[in-house]
Ligand binder design. Structure first.
Ligand code: ADP
Length: 599
């Protein structure tokens, strides 16, 4: 529906009222003036008739028609009035304009009829004699016997009408002028009323566009002023509320984004509403591209779809563990719950995800460790038990045999001792690392290496292995002398063990802008590639029987790795089967403690 402007509601009615008022006043004025003029004319005619009556009475008494006629003609010309004298029987005896002899009997003329009753007769009508509108006033001439005749004065109404026409024109002009003036004033007033409304309308439009800091000007009139003030108050309150909502949203998003738990929310149709950074990282997707899309389309995890579906079906909080990400598999613990609106209807579901990969791995490492330790200990114990029983059975037998058995028992006991010692050492390092009680100090690297090589001297000499050292004497590293010495000794010990008799081992140290690299290179058996990534695990041995034969526990490299990690460094191996191995310890200048879990 097309709506008219407020101006066109106010202005036409205003104009209509003005037109009615001006027309009414004009009409009344024209009538009043007309009445006034006619009364004036009638009064003048009456006065003249009365004057004439005085002069005509003797002549009427004498019935001197000629004298009367001359008097009528003379006075009529003098005062520009038609004067007629009529006998009681209606016969015209004198007339200022015509010959009375040719005139009709005037007895039936309304003014004459009225004058004959003794009153002043009055009439306005068309005169066929003079062919114009006339006003007649008739005054009875009374005598002792009654009414002796009637003196009638008359004037044409044309003069009055001329006068009236001029007056009417003037009034009409004045009315038109008044109308035009009031139209202009009305238009101005209407605009004045509408203007504040327009301003408020423009202000409301700006509010709707979000410009809530704008203020609507407050008009003078009380009603509009309170409306404008209400609008301004509403805008301010709205602005405050929007700010509060925006702030709340920002805070919520910051909390979501900062959470280590993944949070995903879906709507009733399973489309993603929110996905925080942690959740998108878990599934390897972009949060912005995921929003608004179906969960099935974006996240490939049947487990997740199932629990989201169950939550949307109204099942209470659901908990499930699932594996996601094919090559780099992660284990997630998901909790899903339905989202309900004010009417308790399900409007979506929220899923909270915890990455429990590390926890599960630690659990499995711990389980493996216990199994490994038990296994490693059981072998020598079973052997010891067996030999002890054999000994008991044949105690009085061959003394040489008994001595061999006791040697074997002694070897196993040594192995048990070595394993337990290594395990205790490992747990001590772990504890120290956890409590950051390892003290790091700058030590000359060459000095440290020399001392370690010396400690391995007897073993090297036994195998006739030469150990060469190449290190800058001025090179220092921030280390725990005792721990780092132990780690390097383990590497050297292995290098000697897996070198052929008469082999050469190179121990080198290099500095690079504060970083230090220590390497131990042998030319021994080497390690096949498939084992290289696992030799740092606890109890891992490439050739178990051979390593055991040499007194290995499978814990040496694991201890070395822990020590290096406790220094904030890394350890790596480069090896080729039957060509030798190089173990390198990398100690960064800004190395710090790392609480490493794992093997
Ligand atoms: P072990 O006490 O058995 O030596 P380690 O943890 O020190 O245990 O080493 C684990 C395994 O890695 C060894 O059993 C061995 O198979 C292999 N290994 C370690 N160092 C060397 C090396 N220098 N040359 C060849 N193999 C090695």
């Amino acid at each position: 529906m097309r709506r008219r402007k407020l101006l066109w509601h106010i202005f036409p009615s205003y104009l209509l009222i003005t037109i009615i008022a001006v027309t009414a006043v004009s009409w009344y004025s024209v009538n009043a003036v007309r009445r006034f003029h006619l009364e004036e004319t009638a009064a003048a005619l009456t006065a003249r008739a009365r004057l004439l009556e005085e002069r005509a009475r003797p002549l009427i008494a004498r019935s001197d028609a000629d004298a009367l006629d001359s008097l009528a003609k003379e006075l009529g010309a003098a005062v520009s009035t038609r004067i007629t004298v009529i006998a009681p029987n209606g016969v015209v005896t004198a007339d200022s304009e015509e010959d009375p002899a040719v005139m009709d009997n005037h007895g039936d003329r309304p003014e004459i009829v009225q004058a004959m009753t003794g009153e002043v007769g009055r009439s306005s009508r068309y005169s066929y004699t003079l062919e114009t509108n006339m006003m007649y006033v008739a005054v009875p001439v009374s005598s002792e016997t009654g009414i002796a005749g009637v003196v009638r004065t008359a004037v044409p109404l044309t003069a009055v009408e001329d006068q009236l026409r001029t007056t009417r024109t003037r009034i009409a002009l004045a009315a038109l002028l008044l109308l035009a003036l009031s139209a202009v004033v009305g238009l101005a007033v209407s605009r004045r009323i509408a203007r504040p409304l327009h301003q408020m309308q423009r202000g409301a439009e700006r509010f709707a566009r979000g410009d809530l800091e704008h203020t609507v000007p407050v008009p003078d009139s009380a009603e509009f002023a309170s409306l404008a003030q209400s609008l301004n108050t509403m805008a301010t309150e709205l602005d405050e509320r929007i700010r509060a909502v925006v702030q709340q949203k920002a805070e919520q998003e910051a909390v979501f984004a900062g959470m280590t738990e993944g949070v995903a929310a879906v709507d009733r149709e399973g489309r993603i509403i929110t996905l925080n950074r942690a959740a998108s990282r878990m599934f390897g997707i972009e949060p912005d591209t995921a929003r608004g899309r179906a969960m099935q389309e974006v996240i490939r995890s049947t487990g997740l779809h199932e629990i989201a579906g169950a939550a949307l079906d109204g099942e209470g909080p659901i908990e499930r563990q699932m594996a996601v990400g094919a090559p780099d598999e992660r284990i997630l613990e998901a909790h899903a719950a339905p989202l309900r609106n004010d009417d308790q209807e399900i409007s979506g579901a929220v899923i909270v995800l915890n990455d429990v990969t590390k926890l599960r791995r630690l659990e499995s490492v711990r389980k493996d460790f216990v199994a490994n330790v038990s296994h490693e200990l059981r072998t020598p114990i079973t052997s010891i038990k067996g030999f002890v029983e054999t000994l008991r059975d044949g105690l009085d037998g061959d003394a040489g045999q008994n001595g061999r058995f006791l040697d074997i028992i002694g070897k196993h006991v040594d192995r048990l001792d070595a394993i337990i010692e290594d395990l205790l050492y490992l747990s001590r390092i772990e504890e120290d690392t956890e409590h950051t009680s390892i003290v790091l100090e700058h030590h000359p690297v060459a000095d440290l290496l020399r001392q370690t090589i010396d400690s391995c001297g007897p073993a090297a000499a036994q195998k006739n292995v030469e150990i060469r050292l190449s290190a800058d004497e001025s090179l220092t590293a921030r280390v725990s002398r005792q721990l780092m010495g132990h780690a390097i000794a383990n590497l050297l010990d292995n290098a000697i063990k897996y070198s052929d008799a008469g082999g050469i081992i190179d121990v080198e140290a290099e500095g690079d802008g504060g970083d230090v690299v220590i390497s131990v290179r042998d030319r021994g058996t080497g390690i096949a590639e498939e084992h290289q990534s696992r030799i740092f695990e606890r109890f891992y041995q490439v050739d178990k029987s051979r390593s055991r034969e040499m007194g290995g526990t499978g814990l040496g490299l694991s201890i070395a790795k822990h020590i290096v990690h406790a220094h904030g460094g890394t350890i790596a191996v480069q090896s080729m089967l039957n060509q030798g191995s190089t173990f390198s310890i990398y100690l960064p200048a800004n190395g710090r403690f790392q609480n490493e879990g794992g093997s």
